[in-house]
Design a protein around this ligand. Structure first.
Ligand code: C2E
Ligand code: CA
Ligand code: CA
Length: 541
């Protein structure tokens, strides 16, 4: 297998501000270049050039030196992946042979699972006796608030929602869910000040009330800490559970507003945070009220859209790099809402996921895409996006099978596109379902590669047929960081025997760069925008 990568001169990684640690080493294990993330991960000084890892013994953690040396010693393989835990961090190291003389080391770091915390009788017991109150007591605190310094006093409500907590209850059981809530409460109580009021607000919601602090600085700082803290894995009933928390903030300055709306505003802000990006925080502002009404209207519309046949599928060609021959199409859903025009899936798919409507919509997409594709020439594939939420019902395999049977489409012509979000949540169950679907002859592609937390890790967990390099890298191809990542991903795919497709290719320049570096397939406006099913014949011929 040849890895097409024209790296004759050593690349300079020092300016690459990537979340991955990247280093280039020569045959003898000497470091040719390293990016700041790599130096940070191993606490290395900037002047590592021309040193081997054994030269750096004494500077580096000895466990890290040993680990890197051992990983590099597996020199007869094109791509090696090793994982270890050092300093409470899980390090995944990928070594990719770029050519005879140079190897690329990519390191991803994620916090490792904390040790199980001791059982507690009640979450209220913490080192500094902070107390966990209930919702009523929290409301009373707000109502009874008597600022002693009028004019400067403030109240900040920090509303915390555990993302997809319901899923923990469903997959690991209610005992595990209760335990996780206790642990989350403990983590919260550990970081608040003794005069903050902390409440278990409802099932998966906590709230922190900050009194007379410097706002919004204190509240936003706390929100960031909370998001970071709750993102770390939990160990419940011997199993690792990963959640995240979204946070909504509302601040009240003395004499400016009534206390009555504080909770409502924080809830609206939380709702907005969950909509935009789970795991983020949002400060209340008046426009949120308007967004909430719009969302409500969308929700009502979405409930009727399937029934009223307001959805359609558009198809975007995917082509072979070498001759631009179309080899397949990706199905992309469109919602034509009367009076509102076409609504982007980026807006309504997350809403449909929240409402549980995605199962029905996803089933319709699969049926329609398979039925349309069955009428195309037999060498043309169809790729269908599948939301992580669709795996939660455990019936995806049956739905895929039914769509294939009803349409008569050969399973080998269907490819499902999944994002790493699926694998983060419940990896064992998701992989099991993916394997069953793959065993039917259906291919599985990893979509939006490079945008998530740990895409690299997941590549070794499942035999993906394709890596779709996210369009954000293609669009930023003028930057060193994107170019290096694109090259590395293509090299990694090639070494692992996985095809690479670059998304969002718009210009000849992008096309040429990808072609030079061995990317096998492309998709993007350069070939064609997504088109209605009726236009497919014309595109193929
Ligand atoms: P995606 O799966 O990454 O799809 C690619 C998106 O990039 C599409 O946006 C496509 O129209 C757009 N695109 C393609 N080529 C180019 C290009 O050259 N330049 C630019 N700027 N954009 C390009 P679209 O159709 O709006 O879909 C957005 C996202 O919505 C999709 O991202 C996918 O995550 C989701 N989606 C679409 N259809 C479905 C569906 O049926 N089910 C599910 N679960 N998600 C879907
Ligand atoms: Ca896709
Ligand atoms: Ca994509």
């Amino acid at each position: 297998m040849t890895i097409v990568c024209d790296i004759n001169t050593a690349m300079d990684f020092s300016a690459i501000d990537s979340s991955y640690g990247l280093a280039l080493v020569d045959q003898a294990g000497k470091i040719l270049s390293a990016n700041p993330a790599f130096l940070n991960l191993f606490a290395l000084p900037p002047d590592v050039q021309n040193k081997t890892f054994s030269d750096l013994t004494g500077t580096m953690n000895p466990a890290a030196t040993d680990f890197l040396q051992q990983t590099l010693a597996g020199r007869h393989e094109k791509a090696i992946k090793q994982t270890t835990i050092i300093d409470h961090k899980t390090l995944s190291v990928h070594v990719i042979e770029l050519d005879q003389a140079q190897r690329l080391i990519m390191v991803e770091s994620s916090p490792s699972s904390p040790l199980p915390l001791p059982e507690i009788n009640h979450p209220a017991h913490t080192p500094h006796n902070a107390a966990m109150v209930n919702r009523t007591m929290l409301s009373e605190c707000i109502a009874n608030w008597k600022p002693d310094e009028p004019g400067t006093a403030s109240l900040a409500m920090i509303m915390i929602g555990l993302d997809r907590f319901k899923r923990i209850n469903e997959t690991l059981g209610h005992d595990a869910g209760d335990q996780l809530l206790k642990f989350a409460a403990q983590r919260l109580l550990r970081i608040v000040r003794s005069d903050d009021v902390v409440a278990h607000f409802s099932d998966d919601r906590f709230a922190v009330l900050q009194i007379n602090q410097n706002q919004p600085v204190a509240a936003t700082t706390m929100a960031e800490r909370i998001s970071e803290l709750l993102k770390r894995p939990f160990l419940v009933n011997g199993q690792q559970a990963n959640i995240s928390a979204s946070v909504g903030l509302a601040i009240l300055h003395h004499n400016t507003e009534s206390t009555g709306d504080l909770i409502k505003h924080a809830e609206l802000a939380l709702h907005d945070a969950k909509q935009n990006a789970r795991g983020s925080y949002r400060l209340y502002e008046q426009s949120l009220q308007k967004n909430a009404s719009e969302r409500h209207e969308l929700e009502i519309g979405l409930r009727r859209a399937l029934f009223l046949r307001e959805f359609t599928l558009f198809y975007q060609p995917q082509a072979r790099m070498q001759d631009k021959k179309i080899i397949g199409f990706e199905a992309l859903i469109r919602w034509e809402k009367p009076g509102a025009g076409i609504i982007s899936p980026l807006r309504f798919i997350p809403l449909a996921e929240d409402m549980g409507k995605i199962h029905e919509i996803g089933q319709w997409v699969l049926q329609t895409a398979c039925r349309d594709a069955a009428a195309w020439p037999e060498d043309i594939m169809i790729a269908v996006n599948v939301s992580p939420v669709q795996f939660e019902s455990n019936s995806l395999k049956q739905i895929v099978q039914a769509a294939l049977t009803a349409s008569g489409l050969a399973p080998q012509r269907l490819e499902l596109e999944i994002t790493e979000g699926l694998l983060i949540k419940n990896i064992t169950n998701a992989l099991e379902q993916l394997r069953e679907i793959q065993a039917m002859g259906v291919s599985i592609a990893m979509d939006d590669f490079g945008t998530g937390y740990s895409s690299l890790n997941y590549l070794s967990s499942f035999p993906f047929s394709k890596i779709k390099i996210d369009q954000s890298f293609v669009h930023r191809m003028h930057t060193d960081k994107s170019r290096t990542l694109i090259k590395a991903v293509i090299a990694l795919g090639s070494a692992l025997g996985i095809k690479t497709l670059a998304e969002g290719v718009e210009t000849e320049e992008q096309f040429d760069y990808l072609a030079r570096n061995g990317c096998e397939e492309i998709q993007g406006y350069l070939l064609s925008k997504p088109v209605p099913a009726e236009q497919i014949r014309a595109l193929i011929s």
